[in-house]
Design a protein around this ligand. Structure first.
Ligand code: NDP
Length: 337
């Protein structure tokens, strides 16, 4: 059996995550038991939720145990199988974690899924046609529930979730305005992702200034907002929401290191009779087939061409992950294992 390179959580961060919170180790891959499959990982997904799991604090996800392989989504190829449903060469998506190989009990429901790479590149099953894409779909369809002509806004617009949201919202005839960090990301949102406008929040020193830019980009106000960051961005959006607007609370990356993300004018939720709903995509498995089918078609037909930031080699995962939390990624952050 091959030697497995693995990254374990060595110690918990105090404030910002750092590379020395992680440790690279190696171990022998165990021999397969009946029902098990050995998967060689091609790509590892890095996702903001992993930062929350590094803390030993109450959250919707279990804390990552110290000394154990970091959890995470992976795509790869079956190299050996003792399960009749899988054969060597099958391309699969699973939760293999930060390591080069995983041994999977493939009889466990949802543990491993075969994917077709004829029209969708394997790596996109970790992004647009995977968990982040379904996240965008759920917030848009089930919470914002837009009608054609609505104006929708999303923060972290060029990331894995944001780029999928743009394509899904345009397909429903909405005006879609992104908020992203830096001119390059904003240009990409407008030119490549089909956003009607994109605002560079880094040009604005406070929520009043950002609110003015939103007023220009959203002359009819905002009907739906997909929240990924919190802080000043949320404050600014709240001032431009229309009555009976809907806010899908998906992420609060501005507060993932434990810093407070205060809301300056919560009374706007009342005044505008807003619906504000948080959600966790893994708690809505019932929508995944429908969402993945739509996302697969958008990617397969070229209507969604997601961008990826790919770190080279497992050892590069910690730095790439820390970069993701600071906006250094441009599109879906992956590691080529
Ligand atoms: P992205 O690919 O969008 O990467 C994160 C982006 O967040 C960065 O590129 C950066 O973009 C932005 N960012 C980072 N720090 C800050 C900050 N302090 N203030 C403002 N923006 C910041 O990640 P994903 O698409 O994977 O995830 C997007 C959001 O969705 C995250 O909040 C994540 O936690 C959440 N999520 C929630 C799920 C759920 O079930 N609720 C499931 C999946 C994701 P920029 O340079 O543009 O600022």
């Amino acid at each position: 059996m091959p030697t497995n390179q693995q990254i374990v959580l060595d110690n918990r961060p105090q404030g910002e995550a750092a590379a020395d919170n992680f440790k690279l180790v190696s171990s022998e891959t165990p021999a397969l038991a009946d029902g098990q499959v050995l998967v060689k990982h091609h790509f590892l997904s890095l996702d903001p939720y992993m930062r929350g799991r590094m803390n030993d604090a109450k959250s919707y996800a279990q804390p990552q145990a110290l000394g154990e392989v970091m959890g995470g989504g992976t795509v790869g190829e079956v190299v050996e199988s003792k399960n009749p449903k899988f054969a060597a060469g099958d391309k699969v998506v699973g939760m293999g974690g930060w390591q080069t190989y995983s041994v999977v009990d493939a009889n466990q429901p949802g543990a491993l899924r075969k994917v077709d790479t004829t029209h969708v590149p394997l790596s996109h099953y970790l992004g647009a046609v995977g968990m982040p894409g379904v996240t965008a779909w759920y917030g848009l369809v089930k919470i914002i529930n837009p009608k054609a002509g609505d104006t929708l806004v999303i923060s972290a617009a060029t990331g894995a979730v944001g780029s999928a949201f743009g394509a899904l919202a345009k397909a429903r005839g909405c005006r879609v305005v992104g908020i992203a960090g830096g001119p390059e990301k904003c240009q990409y949102a407008e030119k490549e992702l089909g956003f009607d406008a994109c605002i560079d929040y880094k040009l604005h020193k406070d929520s009043a200034s950002l609110g003015k830019a939103l007023k220009e980009a959203c002359p009819k106000g905002i009907d739906g907002y997909f929240e990924n960051v919190g802080g000043m961005v949320l404050d600014a959006v709240l001032t431009r929401m229309n009555a009976f607007g809907r806010i899908a609370m998906c992420g609060m990356i501005a507060g993932y290191n434990g810093e407070p993300v205060p809301l300056t004018y919560p009374q706007l939720i009342l005044v505008n009779r807003l619906k504000v709903e948080g959600f966790i995509v893994s708690e809505h498995m019932e929508v995944w087939p429908e969402a993945l089918a739509e996302l697969g078609t958008l990617v397969g037909t070229g209507k969604l061409r997601p961008r990826e930031s790919v770190a080279d080699g497992l050892a590069a995962a910690p730095e790439a992950f820390i970069g993701l939390l600071k906006g250094k990624n441009f599109g879906k952050q992956l590691v080529k294992v």
